[in-house]
Design a protein around this ligand. Structure first.
Ligand code: ATP
Ligand code: MG
Length: 227
């Protein structure tokens, strides 16, 4: 594999939490992985195995206790929080289990938010409208999150995640709060947007159907990569 196409790489990554008057609590241990550009990756494992912690490290939301992480060619384990946030800007998107929309903003305003950080962009509203149209919500642009169903809220979250055309999208249990039919709809939308934009997708899931759609599958058992 051409190393240039690796967008996420970890070497002997570890996360431990100091515990008073006891040994450190080891949450992740010796995780080495490589994720090529455009791949879809599922991370599975039982509750408490370390999936969300790993996603947070890969995305640069959290910093490791040991080891190295390269994100988009840049070594991030030594960067501070602001430097990591700058690297993520416009390049990394997130989707969460509980949607994480701003309650006081309409669907359209929520999707416009990531673009508003770029003051040179004069087409914010039309880009956001297109993104909402792409997830089938052109009739819901003025609705507040409380006026939308769970599936619709997650579709707004997908529009918000893809509107800035991120290189990498991280998703933590993106269908975890949805019934199975709605979950399948969100899932097919997620993969269709991912393929359309050639986004690298790293998702955490309990859902085997969702994991099976991904090209690469990592399973975590008690903080270690299995296999
Ligand atoms: N800041 C922290 N301080 C102490 N322990 C933590 C901290 N963050 C996570 N943990 C512990 O690390 C382990 C892994 O947590 P994590 O949230 O990554 O699990 P998970 O695999 O995402 O689980 P779930 O499927 O329930 O979401 C858990 O035992 C958790 O209690
Ligand atoms: Mg979790």
């Amino acid at each position: 594999m051409n190393n240039k196409n690796i967008v996420i790489e970890t070497q002997a990554l570890g996360k431990k939490i100091p515990v008073q008057s006891a040994d450190d609590l080891i949450i992740l241990d010796n995780i080495s992985l490589q994720i090529p550009q455009g791949a879809s990756v599922a991370i599975t494992g039982t509750s408490g195995s370390g999936k969300t912690t790993l996603l947070g490290l890969l995305a640069g939301l959290d910093s490791p206790s040991n080891g190295k992480i390269k994100l988009l060619g840049k070594e991030i384990s030594t960067l501070d929080e602001d430097q990591r946030a700058n690297l993520r800007l416009g390049k990394v998107g997130f989707v969460f289990q509980s949607f994480h929309l701003m309650d006081n903003l309409t669907a359209l305003e929520n999707v416009m938010l990531p673009l508003e950080l770029d003051s040179t962009n004069h087409k914010i509203e039309s880009l956001a409208l297109t993104a909402l149209n792409d997830v089938g919500l052109s009739q819901r642009t003025q609705h507040l999150p409380t006026q939308l169903s769970g599936g619709e809220q997650q579709r707004v979250a997908l529009a918000r995640a893809f509107v800035s055309r991120p290189d990498i999208l991280f998703a933590d249990e993106p269908t975890g709060n949805l019934d199975s039919q709605t979950g399948k709809e969100v899932e097919s939308l997620l993969f269709s947007l991912q393929q359309q934009h050639n986004t690298t997708l790293v998702l955490v899931t309990h859902d085997h159907h969702l994991a099976a759609q991904c090209q690469i599958h990592y399973r975590i058992v008690a903080g270690k990569l299995e296999g």
